[in-house]
Design a protein around this ligand. Sequence first.
Ligand code: SF4
Ligand code: SF4
Length: 383
Amino acid sequence: MRAFGEFKRAWDPDGLMNPGIIVDPLPLDADIRVATDVRPELPLLSRTTLAYGEDDGDFAKALRRCSGVGKCRRQSGPGVMCPSYQVTQEEKHSTRGRAHLLFEMANGEVITDGWRSEEVRESLDLCLSCKGCLSDCPVNVDMASYKSEFLHQHYKGRIRPAAHYSMGWLPVLARLASLAPMEANRAVRLPGVSSLAKRMAGVAAERDLPAFAPTTFTRAHRRRLNRGEGRAGGPKVVLWPDTFGNLFHPNVLVSAVRVLEDAGFSVVLPKGQVCCGLTWVSTGQLDVARAVMRRAVAALAPLVSQGLPVVGLEPSCTAALKHDLVELLPGRRVHGSPPPCTPSPGSSTSTRRTGVRRAWTPPPWPRCTATSTPCPDSTRTGS
Ligand code: SF4
Ligand code: SF4
């Protein structure tokens, strides 16, 4: 090779022909994004909001997880990653594309407007925050969390899209509407109001808005207890009254109470109005999400410190409590509790964790049932 080099230099002393090729190659690691243990400082990432507990508190380290192998670009196969790529077939709408764009934003060489970058916002816009990548990516890239962080920083001190307010604050708006649910249902079905509400919520015009239940689950449950109809004896279990179940589909939570009571538990609810904060997390309103989660921890603390298991039915909510809460309130584990939530009573793990009534078997179910596995169910809850 040295002889080749000398020969070439004799005929091309200024190195004009194929510079850096064959006889004078660049070091093997010259084009690797981060080649050594000496990581470049990325000042943009010095003040992030999430804890990045799995990455030693370092968002840059989290962004370096992606090795580019492209499993997130597949069209079929087991797992859920990545739905937005499967529909668009575009690199910028894949987990890998997003991870690379975020890294370029942090690096500041190609994307120079930092957190305000419209390219990065556009790439993250179609991310469903489904957390599919957290379980399906070989290195567990958690794009939903990175998206929350980005949106939080991107819109700091600025007006957000209307959908961030309507969807992010949905638990509060829905709670207000639940004071007069029938009137609220009638109002949102008026032609003009309905299309305005859908536009503000970012809901497709062809979709129907969900209807508020005539009474909330928590109200109905307390009335039932006051009538002495609830099961009093037996080991206690905490049922998490998620916002959608509580305000829109209370029959799901009512059924859970029936199952739990039949299995020998008595069901208790956290005191006051609780929420997991997911809608604020997914729209990047992390300061509000943190405050909401603090309230959730305060409501659960007295119960889980007695060793009571917590059952959640809505996978997105239990995932938020198990994953996002720890990222926003690092170190705020509820005393005496293993994880903040256990999976739904339908899963075998709940009885395994509570260790109660192992012999219980559900009564025969006369009809066929169809089940589906929502993304966060198979990713973060591990059920
Ligand atoms: S995001 Fe994960 S699956 Fe996709 S290229 Fe990066 S490492 Fe591979
Ligand atoms: S959270 Fe879901 S949609 Fe977003 S990058 Fe990951 S797999 Fe794709």
